[in-house]
Design a protein around this ligand. Structure first.
Ligand code: FUC
Length: 791
């Protein structure tokens, strides 16, 4: 049995695994079963002692963390639209009047004064955005678990999207299974035992919000309802409800205070529905009671097996698009639980842990970002705290974008939809911010947004007064088009991209010293340049993001055959942007001036000025070798170790520089216990999910990089992964890429394009041109590259 990794997991075996999974789901309920896991899983010998050991399930809208404690289990519950406060407009009405003076202070180099002035005049009111809130806990107290539990095992099956707990007390085997169903819109949690009538427990609920109550309805339903907390002076405007229905097989149910006691059941199905009154950032008229009541009523007509089978099938349809195999774990590693492997990983070579991390990231994005739901926030959708770190918001100066880095290359197209929906919203609220704050057309979003789609600069000028967050998000809208090539979709997002560009047409300023067009005020996220503040004109990252945005707007206008005059204006503006600069240490300058050595923190976590190398594509060792060398120098200076997401970014950057061993050594740090919690959540620290996604993107970038019609295979294969394969990666324009290698050398690459077209396939310094037919795979062997592929 494959305990933990995914040895030899090929496409064919994947198909075989499907029938195993289906057989599990079809096994009659009532007994703890021995399940051999066909796909990748996380597993543990002990219950979760704390939240970062618990296991996440989610359907993109609701989710839970399962602790798996034997006597008193805890399901910590989340609903993606439960945030603090209500609809609000944070734009500071004084901002516009102060903008000219602020710009002048920055031109004059009076950065400290500029920061004081900005804090007094242009920042959002209120200065903080809303935070994401937990719904509460469902507690399951086992009433007859007297003796010691043995044979305990807790796991998360990433292929079936199912968490389970198994243990034995006396002669009885107990099992609990949990899924988050997208189709039924419920969490389904089943308790079963090998002995009839063995289940005796009490279920109750608590909530960390200020205003809530639990009612017992009939003898079988707990209803937790409440109002969300205010956010500062912004009163709570949401109503929410979590409805929990118990469906026992045999036994009795009895109301017990604010809980329900189950006695003598052979099996217990617990169905959990959650909803809030949120409909849109400006509309809170939803009816959570009606929603949860209808969902519970429908789900109660179905069995756990049916719900779990549908959940697994819907998940696998997307999850199995990609299969990664980085070799077999040694027997010693295969015998280790996931938390033990994480602890051991820095000192041993465990390529399968990287494969598991990759699979887990794809599982997580599928579980927290699905069409119709909210985008993945700083914690995906899993949060137990009423005051989570950074509000568990959308920080759009790196973190939200990083959440979606693996989406296109690892074929999670559907997961991008909530991000696109969020950008559609902030294009509306951001128009108000652009007009009121800058007197500009178009729209703008600064470094954060929240459920209410606030877009004004928050927290403090040195972090928040950065106008390029929305523009960066637009590049993800474009990527979705580039990978999927859906013209109707492009038409629908074009006005948003156009609006983002229009804002900069109206607000870019001519730098008096260089004559170039620059942003002002702005900053290089969130690094102080050592001259009194972080505020500055034209940081490198802004120029990079704007070059990308402008290029993509012009390309879109061309494809849609529209807006030619505007496209000309955008092109002309792009040519006047400040170009990259190389500084005295040979580094790529982070700022317009050669101040990298003066920075407050030369090892700063953000590597914003390297955006052009990754996620952007303006710098690479072939087309811009000097800039690539400078970027490498900057990376050397910054150092390898940083917070979780910043470590993940470095992996991607080294992969783009084609240094697989360096990327791998940084990945080893990311996967070790300093940056990975026992449940494999990324540790900033604290938990922040971006590192999981950035790490997975890094692994993909080590194995394949694609841009335009160029597909670069094994661009940064580390020596630590001599043999392996990855199937189902994506390149732009609906092309799927399978790569296998042995002894550190390409075995074969298989390309399948949905539309016929020419591609350049690169291996090392050799490139082959292939004409791909539509729908039929073309295979290139490593030997073909050896035998004289042209450069
Ligand atoms: C940015 C980062 C921090 C953190 C926060 C959520 O501000 O600089 O490290 O990730 O977002």
């Amino acid at each position: 049995m494959d305990i933990n990794g995914r040895p030899g997991f090929t496409r064919r075996q994947t198909v075989g695994a499907l029938s195993v999974g289906a057989a599990i789901a079809a096994t009659p309920a009532g007994a703890a079963r021995d399940v051999s896991h066909a796909g990748p899983e996380l597993w543990y010998r002990r219950p979760a002692a704390e939240w970062n050991e618990a296991l996440p399930v989610g359907n993109g809208r609701i989710g839970a963390m399962l602790f798996g404690q034997v006597r008193r289990d805890r399901l910590q519950l989340n609903e993606h639209t439960l945030w603090g406060g209500g609809p609000y407009d944070p734009v500071n009405p004084r901002a516009k009047a102060g903008m000219a003076a602020l710009r002048q202070l920055i031109w004059d180099g009076k950065y400290a004064e500029a920061e004081v002035f900005a804090n007094a005049n242009v920042m959002a009111t209120p200065l903080r955005q809303a935070s994401y809130k937990p719904v509460g806990d469902l507690t399951i107290e086992m009433l007859d678990h007297g003796g010691e539990a043995s044979d305990y095992r807790r796991s998360l099956d990433l292929d079936a999207a199912l968490a389970d707990v198994r243990y034995r007390i006396g002669g009885t085997e107990y099992r609990r299974d949990l899924v988050a169903s997208g189709k039924d819109q419920v969490l389904a949690y089943r308790l079963s035992a090998s002995r009839r009538r063995a289940i005796r427990c009490r279920l109750s609920m608590t909530c960390p919000q200020k205003t809530w109550a639990v009612a017992v309805s009939g003898d079988d339903t707990l209803v937790l309802s409440g109002r969300n907390d205010p956010e500062g002076a912004n009163p709570g405007a949401l109503r929410f409800e979590a409805r929990v229905k118990l469906v026992p097989v045999g036994g009795t149910l009895r109301r017990d205070g604010d809980g329900i006691v189950v006695d003598g059941a052979s099996e217990l199905l617990v169905l959990i529905a959650m909803a809030t009154s949120y409909r849109r950032f400006d509309d809170v008229t939803g009816d959570p009671a009606a929603l949860t009541t209808a969902r519970i009523a429908a789900a109660a007509r179905r069995s756990f097996d049916a719900i779990a089978a549908d959940t697994a099938e819907a998940h696998r349809r997307i999850f199995r698009r990609v299969a990664i195999d980085l070799g077999r774990p040694s027997p010693a590693i295969a015998a280790m639980a996931t938390d033990e492997r994480i602890v051991a990983s820095p000192n041993g070579n465990d390529p399968t842990l990287a494969a598991l991390y990759f699979d887990y990231a794809r599982y997580l994005l599928l579980s927290c970002s699905r069409p119709g739901g909210q985008a993945a926030n700083l914690q995906g959708l899993w949060n137990e705290s009423p005051r989570p770190p950074w509000g568990s918001k959308y920080t759009v100066n790196i973190n939200t974008q990083m959440n979606y880095w693996p989406a296109e290359p690892t074929a999670l197209d559907e997961c991008v939809e909530p991000l696109i929906a969020m950008v559609r919203d902030i294009a509306i609220t951001g128009e108000r911010t652009a007009r009121t704050m800058y007197g500009a057309r178009g729209w703008v979003c600064h470094h954060n947004t929240d459920l209410w789609r606030a877009t004004a600069p928050i927290d403090g000028a040195k972090f928040g007064l950065w106008p390029t967050g929305g523009a960066w998000l637009c590049t993800h809208l474009w990527s979705r088009y580039d990978y999927g090539r859906d013209i109707a979709y492009l038409r629908s997002i074009y006005p948003i991209m156009r609006g983002a560009a229009l804002f900069f047409i109206d607000t870019l300023q001519t730098d008096p010293k260089t004559g170039r067009l620059v942003t002002n005020p702005s900053l290089s996220p969130e690094n102080g340049h050592g001259h009194g503040s972080s505020l500055i004109q034209g940081p490198t990252m802004d120029m990079d993001i704007l070059r990308d945005l402008f290029d993509q707007v012009v390309a879109a206008a061309g494809i849609l055959n529209t807006d030619a005059e505007f496209a000309r204006q955008v092109t002309a503006t792009r040519e006047r942007l400040l170009p990259h600069r190389i500084g005295k240490d040979g580094q790529l300058q982070e700022w317009i001036y050669d101040w990298d050595a003066d920075a407050n923190d030369p090892h700063h976590r953000h590597v914003s000025h390297l955006y052009g190398l990754y996620p952007g594509n303006q710098i690479d060792p072939d087309r811009t070798p000097e800039l690539a060398r400078a970027a490498r120098r900057s990376l050397e200076i910054r150092g390898d170790k940083a917070t979780g997401w910043a470590t993940a970014w470095r992996i991607n950057l080294w992969a783009r520089l084609r240094d697989g061993d360096r990327a791998h050594s940084i990945l080893t740090f990311l996967l070790g216990p300093e940056r990975t919690y026992p449940n494999m959540f990324d540790a900033h620290p604290p938990f922040q999910i971006d590192g999981n996604f950035g790490g997975a993107a890094g692994i993909a970038n080590m194995l394949m990089q694609a841009r335009g019609d160029l597909i670069h295979v094994l661009p940064a294969l580390p020596r630590a992964w001599p043999t392996g394969s990855i199937a189902g990666l994506r390149a732009p324009d609906r092309c799927s890429v399978d790569v296998s290698w042995q002894g550190g050398r390409l075995d074969r690459v298989r390309l399948t394009a949905q539309v016929a077209g020419r591609r350049s396939v690169r291996l090392g310094d050799r490139t082959m041109t292939v004409d791909l037919p539509a729908g039929r795979p073309v295979v290139l062997t490593g030997r073909a590259f050896d035998q004289g592929a042209g450069a």
